[in-house]
Ligand binder design. Sequence first.
Ligand SMILES: [Zn+2]
Ligand SMILES: [Zn+2]
Length: 120
Amino acid sequence: MTNRTPPLGETSGLWLAVLAAASGCCQCRGACGKNHAKDGGRCPREHGGYQQHHGGGTVRLIVAPVDPAHLLLPAHRAAALPKHALAAWCPTCHDGARTLARRHQRTTAPAVEPDTLFDL
Ligand SMILES: [Zn+2]
Ligand SMILES: [Zn+2]
């Protein structure tokens, strides 16, 4: 299995460069919500490796922004990020981190309720 399809749709080799910098492993250090404590604090999933959970099959790493907040960027904005702002993610961590980022975005959004709880 060496089918390394660049998910960001770029042609510059960025995807491969990021993956190489990550040694072909998921770079998640807990952004997905799991602390990966039993794996030394970093997700051990390897590109092309076999995953026992989540339906099995071959792990395909995704190149996506390091900063979970940037995971919510539209694809064309994410693709414009420099290499150092990108990381390799396994799909499970990518999904988890994105879900958390979305939740975080919602909870940090400015409150729209009128401030009339205390009518003095
Ligand atoms: Zn992972
Ligand atoms: Zn993770």
